[in-house]
Write a protein that binds this ligand. Structure first.
Ligand SMILES: *Cc1c(COP(=O)(O)O)cnc(C)c1O
Length: 356
């Protein structure tokens, strides 16, 4: 039913590519984008690569009113020998469908979308920057487009993929961040949409973010929405702690995003024979471990930073300084291994990378 031959309309008006590694996140876009439409009777159809340009949508389009939308985020990396690699993109497409299911959006054919994605990145490969630490950020997203104010799933959708060259996450080397443990606001609750990459989860976090920034802190550590005790995740990253030799990360409870970096770190630790557990962990337990001198390392994980070490946690005015505010040796080893695999300088023993 769904047609799969992709049409390509080339952009004749090429933009200038970034000339240095200082590329602001998400502000520059490439010359082309991918678009595909969904209608109930046709399914997903008309896959196409077209010049990057603004959209025309009806003001009643459902995306503007009830937020029926999902997104993904991954990166394409240039290796030293000039190949372009994606890191576990199949997991991103699997998660796109998982998010879509939660938002009542029809699923896509993951294998076909993978082909389209590769085709788009191949066409735009000169946009994958080669400066150290840079990459091409890949942002697939789906929006409900039906012009209707009815509170019901849209009957039409657009899947689009846009590409954006990005600079290194850490300018001038990895720097541990200070994080505020959020007591007032909630990001997500079990049964809600926390496990989906959907717009509302992010705009509803801005107030807590602003509070942290005002205190000079970089981000927010979220606690569970019911008891305000159990640790969930940090900003748009999953969180790990090394406590007395064991690595602990909150179990996927339904309100936490299933990070692909998180998954990869768990797999690496298991291979290395380092104890790792996915379980509930309360902020009280963490503080106790800290007071006993057992909280050895803490780090956030996600596509953007890969590993973002936490140097300090602020919980109701109580400060926990972790590893003297320096990156821990395990955090560093995980960072070096994953970024090495992504950039082709460490052997990919797990078959995680896909060459474009
Ligand atoms: C995207 C995201 C993550 C990290 O997922 P990765 O697949 O590792 O990039 C973690 N938490 C939230 C809320 C996110 O949106």
């Amino acid at each position: 039913m769904s047609q799969s031959t992709i049409t390509i309309v080339k952009n004749t008006d090429k933009k200038q590519k970034p000339q240095s590694k200082d590329i602001a996140f998400g502000r520059t876009f490439t010359d082309h984008m991918f678009v595909m439409d969904y209608e109930s009777d046709k399914g997903w159809h008309e896959p196409r690569i077209v010049p990057y340009e603004p959209l025309t949508l009806d003001p009643a389009a459902m995306i503007f009113h009830y937020g029926q939308t999902v997104f993904e985020g991954m990166k394409a990396y240039r290796t030293e020998d000039d190949r372009v690699l994606l890191f576990r993109p199949d997991k991103n497409l699997e998660r796109l469908n998982l998010s879509s299911d939660r938002l009542s959006i029809p699923p896509v054919d993951e294998e076909k979308v993978m082909e389209y994605l590769v085709e788009l990145i191949r066409l735009e490969q000169d946009w994958v920057p080669s400066f150290e630490g840079t990459s091409l950020y890949v942002r697939p997203f789906i929006i409900g487009t039906e012009p209707s104010l009815a509170v019901a799933p849209s009957k039409t959708y657009k899947l689009m993929v846009i590409l954006s060259p990005v600079g290194p996450y850490f300018k001038g080397g990895i720097k541990p961040v200070q994080i505020n443990v959020e007591e007032q606001y909630t990001r997500a609750v079990k049964g809600g949409t926390g496990m989906a990459k959907t717009a509302g989860n992010y705009s509803s976090a801005y107030q807590a973010q602003a509070k942290a920034y005002k205190e000079g802190l970089a981000d927010v550590l979220w606690l569970d929405g019911i008891e305000k005790r159990y640790i969930e995740e940090v900003g748009s990253m999953n969180i790990f702690f090394k406590i007395d030799g064991e690595v602990v990360t909150p179990a996927l409870s339904g309100s936490i995003l299933k990070g692909i970096t998180r998954m990869s770190i768990i797999e690496l630790l298991q291979k290395w024979g380092i104890p790792v557990s996915e379980r509930r962990i309360s902020i009280e337990e963490l503080y106790e471990a800290y007071e006993e001198g057992k909280l050895e390392e803490a780090f956030g994980t996600g596509t953007a930073a890969v590993i973002s070490p936490v140097g300090e946690l602020n919980w109701l005015g109580r400060k926990m300084t972790i590893n003297d505010g320096e990156i821990g040796s395990l955090s560093q080893k995980l960072y070096d291994t994953i970024t090495g695999i992504q950039r082709g300088s460490v052997e990919d023993a797990y078959g995680w990378t896909v060459e474009v």
